[in-house]
Design a protein around this ligand. Structure first.
Ligand code: XMP
Length: 517
C-alpha cells in the first residue's frame, strides 16, 4: 500500500481518499509508529501528512532521517514537508509570514517533476506559519509563494518530494495532478486498485474467516450494514441470518424497504423484531441528547441480544451455535476510534462504541478498509438496488436525535411526514446526489406564532439541514435552489399539522455538527 503517515490533522483521511481516487490502495498509519514498523509494512510509497504543530513546538513530532534512506519514495505535505526539510538538513524558519487559505504558488522555471502538466501559477490551499527557507542539499526547488521561499522541492534521484500546500484539498486547483505525479511518475506506481478487486478479495477473506460456522448481522436500514450483509451473504450464503430491530425511529417507508427490497435483492434470511414500544417507553421524559443516544444504544443492544437468543435457539436446534457477528464498520470509524490521539469524543456514535465488553461473538468487518463511496460501489456490484445503495447516511439513533426535545409518538409522526415531503421533493428535483444528506429536524420545544387561513397558529419549526461533504468529518451547507426550498416549505406547512414554519440551517461543520444533537 501507499502509507499516509498521520501527523494529527484531519488531512490524513483526505489524502488517503485522493490516493484511492487515483486507483492506488492507501492506508493511514499514526506518526507514533516507528520507522522500522512503517517500513515493515512494505509501503510502495509514503506520504507525510500535514499536522497542527510547528516543527519548533515542544513535543512536535520529528521524522527519523532513516526513513529517507530506505529507497521508498516519500512525499511530504505541509508539516510533513517541513519536518522532512529539517530532518535532511534544510532550514525551516518562523518568519511571521503566515499563509492561510487560497494562495498563489509559482513554479521555478518550467513546471516539472511533481508539478509536470500544471500551470506555472496555480491557486493552492495553504495553512502554515513556519516556512522552508532553504532546501536540503541535493534538492531542486520547484516552486515559491509570497510566504514560502521554498514551496515545493524534489530530489528525483532519491525519490523524495515535498509541497508546502495541501494538494488533497479541492481548493488546490491542481492538487490531484500533483498527487498523481508523485504516485505515477515519482513512485512509478500503476493505477490498479478498484472496487471489483475489493469484492473478490473480501468474499475470499470472509470465507476464510467464517469457514462453515454460522453468522448474524444487524441491519439498520443504512447503506453500510446492508452492503456488509450482502457481502457476507455472497461469501457464505445461508450461514448468515440478518436481524432487523425496528426501533420506531426510522423514516417513512424504511422498515418496509429493509424487509422487502433488501431481502428481494439478496435472498437473505431475515429476523424482524418489532421493538417500537420498548424504545418509546425507554425514551419517555428524556430530552438530553447524550441521554437519548445512550438509551437508544442500550435498548438496541438488548433488543438485538434477544433476537440473537431467538435465532440461537433455532440454530441450536439445527446443531450449530452462532459464532460470528457482522459489523458495517467503515475506515473513517476505524481511524476515528483507533487514532485516539487528540480525537475528542464529540458524540457517542453507538454503532462504534456500543458493543458490550463481554461480546460472545467474533467480529466480521468486511468494510473496515473502505470509505463510504467505495462501500456504495461495492453495494452496486453486489446488485443491491439504487434505493439502498444511494441512501443518504442516517444515524443509528434515527429520528430520535432529530427531535430536539422529548421523543413522543406524535412528534415522530409529524417529523416523519415532514421528512418524507422534503425527501420526495429533493428526489423530484433530481438533486439527491447534490447533497451528502439532508437531516430534517423538529424543534419540539420551540413554538412560534403564525397565521393560516384566518386564524392564528402557534406551532413548531422544522429545520432543513442539507449539507455537502466527503466523509461527514467536515461539511458545508448545500446551496439548494430557492424554488425547491420554497416547494418543500409550502408543502410541509400545508400538509403537516402543527408545523407553521420551515427554516434553513446555513452553518458549516465545524462549527455546527451535521445533526442537531
Ligand atoms: P455529526 O452530527 O457528528 O454527524 O456531524 C456526522 C455523521 O454521522 C451521522 N451520525 C451518526 N451515525 N450513529 C450513527 O450511526 C450516531 O449516533 C450518529 N450521530 C451522527 C450523521 O448522520 C452524519 O452522517
Amino acid at each position: 500500500p501507499v502509507l499516509v503517515v498521520d501527523y494529527g490533522a484531519q488531512y490524513a483521511q483526505l489524502i488517503a481518499r485522493r490516493v484511492r481516487e487515483a486507483d492506488v490502495y492507501s492506508e493511514i498509519v499514526p506518526h507514533t509508529l516507528s520507522t522500522q514498523d512503517i517500513l515493515a509494512k512494505n509501503p510502495a510509497a509514503i506520504i507525510l501528512s500535514g499536522g497542527p504543530s510547528s516543527v519548533y513546538a515542544d513535543g512536535a513530532p520529528s521524522i527519523d532521517a532513516d526513513l529517507f534512506d530506505a529507497g521508498v519514495p516519500v512525499l511530504g505535505i505541509c508539516y510533513g514537508f517541513q519536518a522532512m526539510a529539517r530532518a535532511l538538513g534544510g532550514t525551516v524558519a518562523q518568519t511571521g509570514l503566515r499563509e492561510y487559505g487560497s494562495t498563489e504558488v509559482r513554479s521555478e522555471g518550467e513546471s516539472r517533476s511533481i508539478l509536470t502538466g500544471t500551470p506555472s501559477s496555480q491557486a493552492s490551499w495553504m495553512s502554515h506559519g513556519d516556512s522552508v527557507q532553504t532546501a536540503p542539499a541535493g534538492f531542486d526547488v520547484l516552486a515559491r509563494s509570497a510566504g514560502a521561499p521554498v514551496a515545493a522541492f524534489a530530489d528525483e534521484q532519491k525519490g523524495l518530494y515535498g509541497v508546502q500546500w495541501h494538494p488533497e484539498v479541492k481548493h488546490s486547483q491542481y492538487g490531484q495532478a500533483v498527487l498523481e505525479n508523485f504516485l505515477f511518475r515519482g513512485a512509478g506506481l500503476a493505477p490498479n486498485w478498484s472496487t471489483g478487486d475489493i469484492l473478490e478479495e473480501q468474499v475470499e477473506r470472509i470465507r476464510e474467516q467464517i469457514g462453515d460456522a454460522r453468522v448474524i448481522c444487524g441491519l439498520s436500514g443504512g447503506v453500510d450494514s446492508a452492503v456488509a450483509a450482502a457481502l457476507v451473504q455472497r461469501a457464505v450464503g445461508d450461514q448468515l441470518t440478518c436481524v432487523f430491530v425496528d426501533h420506531g425511529l426510522l423514516r417513512e417507508g424504511e422498515a418496509e424497504q429493509v424487509e422487502r427490497d433488501f431481502v428481494a435483492a439478496t435472498g437473505v434470511r431475515l429476523h424482524v423484531a418489532d421493538e417500537q414500544d420498548r424504545f418509546l417507553d425507554a425514551l419517555a421524559g428524556v430530552s438530553d441528547p447524550e441521554d437519548k443516544r445512550k438509551i437508544i444504544g442500550r435498548e438496541f443492544i438488548r433488543a438485538f441480544e434477544e433476537a440473537e437468543r431467538a435465532i440461537m435457539r433455532e440454530a441450536a436446534a439445527e446443531g450449530e451455535p452462532i459464532r460470528f457477528l457482522v459489523q458495517g464498520t467503515l475506515y473513517p470509524d476505524v481511524v476515528e476510534s483507533g487514532g485516539g490521539e487528540g480525537a475528542a469524543n464529540i458524540k457517542s456514535h453507538h454503532n462504534v462504541g456500543g458493543l458490550p465488553e463481554d461480546l460472545r461473538f467474533e467480529l466480521v468487518e468486511p468494510l473496515r478498509a473502505l470509505f463510504k463511496d467505495e462501500v456504495r460501489a461495492v453495494g452496486a456490484q453486489l446488485g443491491l438496488p439504487a434505493e439502498i445503495v444511494g441512501r443518504q447516511p442516517f444515524p443509528g439513533p434515527g429520528l430520535g436525535i432529530r427531535i430536539v426535545g422529548e421523543v413522543t409518538r406524535d412528534r415522530l409522526g409529524l417529523l416523519r411526514r415532514a421528512d418524507a415531503i422534503a425527501r420526495a421533493e429533493l428526489t423530484a428535483a433530481g438533486l439527491d446526489s447534490a447533497v451528502w444528506q439532508m437531516p430534517v429536524v423538529l424543534l419540539a420545544e420551540v413554538r412560534s406564532v403564525g397565521v393560516q387561513g384566518d386564524g392564528r397558529t402557534y406551532g413548531h419549526p422544522i429545520v432543513l439541514r442539507p449539507v455537502s461533504s466527503e466523509d461527514a468529518m467536515t461539511a458545508d451547507w448545500s446551496r439548494l435552489p430557492y424554488d425547491l426550498l420554497a416547494r418543500i416549505s409550502n408543502r410541509i406547512t400545508n400538509e403537516v399539522d402543527g408545523v407553521n414554519r420551515v427554516v434553513l440551517d446555513v452553518t458549516s461543520k465545524p462549527p455546527g455538527t451535521i445533526e442537531w444533537e
